[in-house]
Design a protein around this ligand. Structure first.
Ligand SMILES: NC(=O)c1ccc[n+]([C@@H]2O[C@H](COP(=O)([O-])OP(=O)(O)OC[C@H]3O[C@@H](n4cnc5c(N)ncnc54)[C@H](O)[C@@H]3O)[C@@H](O)[C@H]2O)c1
Length: 419
């Protein structure tokens, strides 16, 4: 085999995997359907926050090649599939990229290959969706001819403390031998490998991890809505509760949840549960609460302007931070879209400042970008801090002329109101 590893899908998950594999000395090829991604990587440019251009150059020097040509999959001892598993426009699980990627692997599968799926999906996906496609497309049998495994990625973009290397990795196989091959592969990349009983347990563990965040964020959001009604300071409530040294994990309220995982993965669980005749009521309740948060932010913003004798109609509103997490460039599923759309619908003149995001289009119209923070603050009638990037200097925000709605509970000052 020419390559130790082929990574299919070179995004937020696949590229760091390819980088780590290069770093430990494996020969790596990456296959992606996007010409832009492939050309950028081969030119030494990264499109992923956690991987720098210098990292990509180092990968290239180590022999890494990105390509759109799936022929390389026939020359790789291990193939790891890291393609998106998002939602359709109707909000249902979309496994089309996964199916397409697996078909491409199946058509070139050689005996002895280890195939691993890292894409998040509902329990049963590896056995019921991936395995038949691979077996029918190749004429080979899992366990007898090739190995099939599932290993969910746990990457936390922008987290400097936990990287792929020191985050324990859950690994599972369709057979005990498949799991053994997968453990041998991941042991080269990470410090701790945790072996799940089977692929369904590993798939479910991933959904549990993300659903845990989803439900707890919804809980704290609903507590915030109730505290708003009661005139209770939610941030002080959280400060007090978080001092409990056991049995309480702190989550923060905000404009909603974003990213490619937290708003998406519980849908996979809910839809699978529905197909099994099981009603996951906590998921629908959490979804309903989270869906209310952008509207709540806009109502609070309107209230601050009303205190000044103004309305949102015609007001210049500045949004600070439009990504879904602090200090990263990822805007996927960011609640900033829903907040901006609602503000516009109320007639506000909305602009944004975000050092990580050069373009932010809401609906079909791009939002006006402000680069000079002090100037943008000076021009605004109202500022809404949506994402607490570390560049947002509390002292500067506290001195603004206009009211500031801080949805992250980060700042203080005479003009600052917390969500
Ligand atoms: N982003 C995260 O923080 C995160 C964390 C854990 C798990 N995941 C899961 O990992 C998977 C990948 O997510 P991501 O964030 O890396 O996605 P991404 O959109 O950043 O990257 C996916 C890449 O796959 C490529 N692609 C799409 N279809 C393809 C195909 N058929 N063949 C080859 N390439 C194809 C795309 O062009 C893109 O470059 C998803 O299932 C996601 O749920 C993501």
């Amino acid at each position: 085999m020419t390559y130790d590893l082929a990574v299919v899908g070179l995004g937020y998950i696949g590229l760091p995997l390819a980088q780590r594999a290069c770093a430990v000395g494996l020969s790596v090829v990456g296959c992606d359907t996007s010409g832009r991604v492939v050309a950028g990587l081969n030119a030494g440019r990264s499109h992923v926050d956690d991987v720098s251009d210098a990292d990509v150059s180092a990968m290239r020097e180590a022999g890494f090649l990105a390509t759109r040509d799936p022929a390389v999959l026939a020359d790789s001892a291990t193939v790891v599939v890291c393609v998106p598993t998002g939602l359709t426009p109707a909000g249902d699980p979309d496994l089309e990229s996964l199916r397409a990627a697996v078909r491409a692997v199946a058509a070139r599968l050689r005996p002895g290959t280890l195939v691993v799926v890292e894409s998040t999906s509902h329990p049963g996906t590896t056995e019921e969706v991936v395995r038949p496609l691979l077996e029918e497309g190749s004429g080979l049998r899992v366990g007898d001819d090739f190995h099939l495994a599932y290993s969910p990625e746990r990457i936390d973009p922008g987290n400097p403390s936990f990287t792929m290397r020191n985050t324990p990795r859950v690994v599972s196989g369709c057979t005990p031998l498949c799991a053994k091959y997968a453990v041998a592969f991941y042991s080269k990349l990470v410090e701790t490998v945790v072996v799940a009983r089977g692929t369904r347990e590993a798939e479910m563990a991933k959904l549990l991890e993300n659903t845990y965040r989803y439900v707890n964020i919804a809980l704290v959001d609903e507590v915030a809505l109730f505290c708003d009604r009661m005139g209770i300071d939610i941030w002080d409530v959280l400060h007090c509760a978080a001092t409990k040294p056991f049995g309480f994990a702190a989550f923060s309220p905000g404009a909603g949840v974003g990213g490619h995982c937290i708003p998406v993965d519980p849908r996979y669980l809910a839809v699978k549960a529905e197909s099994e005749g099981f009603s996951f009521r906590i998921l629908s309740a959490a979804r309903e609460v989270l869906g209310r948060m952008p509207g709540h932010v806009v109502e609070r913003a309107a209230g601050l302007l009303e205190e000044q004798g103004r309305s949102l109609n015609g007001a210049r509103v500045l949004l600070l931070g439009v990504t879904y997490k602090p200090d990263i460039a990822d805007t996927r599923e960011s609640p900033a879209y829903a907040v901006a759309a609602r503000l516009r619908a109320r007639g506000a003149d909305v602009a944004y400042h975000d050092p990580y995001v050069s373009e932010f289009t809401v609906g079909t119209a791009p939002l006006r970008r402000r680069e000079d923070l002090a100037g943008a603050l000076a021009d605004a009638d109202l500022t809404v801090l949506l994402q607490d990037h570390s560049c947002y200097d509390s002292a500067l925000l506290a001195r603004t002329r206009c009211p500031v709605l801080d949805t992250r509970g980060r700042t203080a000052g005479a003009r600052v109101t917390l969500l």
